[in-house]
Write a protein of this length. Structure first.
Ligand code: PLP
Length: 421
């Protein structure tokens, strides 16, 4: 006999309070819509992995399958393979940071590092400082542990140190709730801005004075299109916790990142990682080792840089050509993103359906603030994935949507129905 079944959400009452408070990532939610063939997506943050030479991938994976199956298919140690750590020490040396494998811990991407560090250090109600807007995956990782996240605005030279100082004065010296400051100093996500050398130094002085840890998240540092290399915070202070990843210089599908930190920090991270996944993927780590030792990866990196450089230029040129005078945007020297600010009365979240209709997506600005309210009149747009002609078309479509809204707002403004300060 068959019977009709109704299913109810029986987990509703049992769900943890911290999960009820969590917000889904707008980028993840947009994934399906952004994959429609008629839509040009400016919402993701994906590297163009089609630029990776097949021969290099085959070489790295074949070496693993033929010679290192036994280790690659086995559990590994929680902190990761020493050979992989050595590869990352070599990558760190290139950017001016001298470190040893014992100060490195391998993670499943920088995202896992953010979660593990939060798990190890944040109690509910603790204070975390970050740029505002900031990487929404970091906000998701932090918020699971229920901190108060205080956002510090940035300008063209990165996080505003004067505003950070004011915030620190409010928090007070020796406040045990103040745990760490999270920053993306190079080509910030979503802002595209880079922290100046002077501000890097000042930040470290303030960290010593007010006793907080500094988390330096650096996925885009090697993707520079203009200007010279900036010294990482980690090179200026041993105490900094540096997060690296192969996602933007090789492939995010191999979930591999790393933390460089003092041993007393890594031992806590190791402890919490055991409960998360025992260890990262041995297979991915061995592939990464082969890629960075046996293939011309620097040449491939150059290809990434020159391609994204061209795309960045195409996006900025299209913005100059099509966007209205009322809009302003950042001009990144590297990375993947441009941050656009529209007049205050705009709501980019509600405009998204019109943009989708017009065949373009972006990420509304409020996704990058912990309160989900600030930044409503802004948006993040990505230039790393689509070729120049598509970027030009996408910006043209987006400009049309914005201009139509502007016309509507002007009618309301003229009628006095909207007030601007
Ligand atoms: C600033 C920032 N941190 C961390 C991550 C996560 O990177 P991964 O793929 O290494 O987990 C991203 C991904 O876009 C990012 O932009």
């Amino acid at each position: 006999m068959t019977s009709a079944h109704l299913t109810f959400d029986q987990t509703g009452e049992k769900i943890a309070e911290r999960v009820v408070k969590m917000r889904s990532s707008a980028v993840r939610d947009l994934f399906a819509a952004a994959s429609r063939p008629d839509v040009i997506s400016l919402s993701g943050g994906m590297p163009d992995v089609s630029l990776l030479p097949q021969s290099a991938i085959k070489k790295a994976v074949r070496a693993v399958c033929e010679d290192e199956r036994a280790v690659a298919l086995q559990y590994g140690s929680t902190d990761g393979r020493v050979q992989t750590k050595q590869v990352f020490c070599d990558l760190m040396r290139d950017i001016g940071v001298r470190t040893k494998p014992e100060n490195v811990l391998i993670t499943s991407g920088a995202q896992e590092a953010l979660d593990l560090l939060s798990k190890a250090f944040i109690n509910p109600g603790d204070i975390i400082l970050a740029e505002g807007p900031t990487y929404l995956g970091a906000l998701q990782a932090f918020s699971a542990y229920e901190p108060d996240i205080h956002c510090i605005p940035f300008d063209d030279e990165g996080m505003r140190m004067d505003l950070l100082e004011e915030e620190l004065a409010r928090i007070g010296k020796g406040n045990p709730r103040l745990k760490f400051l999270y920053t993306i100093p190079n080509f910030q996500n979503p802002g595209g801005v880079t922290m100046s050398s002077a501000r890097r130094k000042r930040l470290l002085e303030l960290a010593a004075e007010y006793d907080f840890m500094v988390l330096e998240d650096d996925p885009y540092g090697r993707l520079r299109y203009d200007g010279g290399h900036m010294v990482p915070l980690k090179a200026l202070s041993d105490d900094v916790i540096y997060l690296g990843t192969i996602s933007k210089v090789f492939a995010p599908g191999l979930r591999t990142g790393w933390i460089v930190a003092p041993k007393h920090v890594l031992s806590k991270v190791n402890l919490v990682k055991q409960g998360t996944d025992l260890c990262g993927s041995s297979f991915d780590q061995v592939v990464v080792e082969h890629y960075f030792t046996d293939t011309p990866w620097q040449k491939t990196l150059q290809k990434f840089v020159s391609t994204y450089h061209e795309r960045r230029d195409a996006m900025l040129a299209a913005l100059d050509e099509y966007f209205p005078a009322e809009a302003s945007w950042t001009r990144p020297d590297g990375g993947f993103f441009v941050w656009v600010t529209l007049p205050e009365y705009f709501d980019t979240a509600s405009m998204l359906s019109e943009a989708l209709e017009a065949g373009v997506t972006y990420v509304p600005g409020d996704s990058f603030f912990p309160d989900g309210k600030t930044g409503k009149n802004s948006m993040r747009i990505n230039f790393s994935f689509a070729p120049p002609e598509k970027l030009n078309e996408a910006i043209k479509r987006l400009a049309k949507v914005i201009n139509e809204r502007l016309e509507l707002y002007r009618v309301f403004l003229d009628a006095g129905a909207i007030k601007v300060d």
